[in-house]
Design a protein. Structure first.
Length: 261
């Protein structure tokens, strides 16, 4: 009696690539999801600069207020953007379960989506940065500074994706995934979004000192002054710290869904 024919594993990296390519191919159908992620930070960048750049006290900054606000726009553009909504649809229509019947690497199911997320957040960060150039922002750190600026924003965006993926895998609920951006609100406004840390007082200043977004923004803003590796290092530590927490939750949720299938 002949042995049953079974599919052979394609290899971990090929699995990651296949999942990422499929996720990227779906993006043109999800423009209604992507475009607001670009429009909202662009709107707030223009409004904040127009309303606050001439407020007393900002003239003492090492950088002008346009450069002070551009990192905020980047962070808003890349945070909470993921393919978690597509993952929920795959769970609901049974495609995710069918994948589990194949020899595909289980970790690749998430890592492939995160690779596509990295490409997506870079696509969002680039036009926001171009707008920054259009309104007069310049990088004394040159083209390498622009690259570091974009990459730090993209790494932050991917680090945050663990939270929506955790919600998607735990609940399988698209509404819950859509609301996951609410998790970012405390990070977004209890930090140096509008004011330098030295200008903040009371409990808000204390909260901002422990907020990882504060150090991310400081690292991004340092690129408009020069190569301040201490600030860049703190920004990267904030990204890594967030990533460790969120990705641990996401892969734990993936394991739970696989084991409970």
């Amino acid at each position: 009696m002949s042995e049953p024919i079974t599919a052979r594993p394609a290899g971990f990296f090929r699995d990651v690539r296949s999942v990422a390519i499929r996720a990227l191919q779906q993006l043109p159908r999800d423009l209604a999801f992507v475009l607001p992620a670009l429009a909202v930070p662009t709107f707030f960048l223009v409004v904040n600069i127009g309303a606050l750049q001439d407020v007393a006290g900002f003239t003492e900054l090492e950088i002008d207020y346009k450069a002070f606000q551009l990192p905020v726009a980047i962070v808003f553009a890349v945070t909470g953007i993921s393919r978690a909504s597509a993952l929920v649809l795959d769970i609901q229509d049974g495609y995710f379960d069918r994948l589990l019947l194949t020899p595909v690497s289980r970790r690749a199911l998430l890592l492939g989506l995160m690779v596509s997320d990295f490409v997506l957040v870079l696509m969002l960060a680039v036009p926001v940065t171009i707008l920054g150039f259009a309104i007069g922002v310049r990088f004394p750190t040159g083209i390498l500074g622009v690259v570091v600026f974009l990459l730090m924003g993209a790494f932050w965006g991917v680090a945050f994706t663990g939270f929506p993926y955790t919600i998607a895998l735990r609940t399988g609920n698209p509404s819950a995934v859509s609301a996951s951006f609410v998790l970012f609100f405390p990070f977004a406004f209890m930090t140096t979004t509008f004011l330098p840390l030295d200008s903040m007082t009371g409990w808000l200043a204390e909260v901002a000192r422990y907020n990882p977004v504060t150090y991310l923004l400081a690292g991004l803003r340092s690129l408009f002054v020069g190569w301040q590796f201490g600030e860049l290092g703190k920004g990267m530590i904030a990204i890594i710290g967030l990533g460790v927490v969120s990705q641990t939750l996401a892969f734990s949720a993936l394991k739970s869904r696989i084991d409970g299938r």
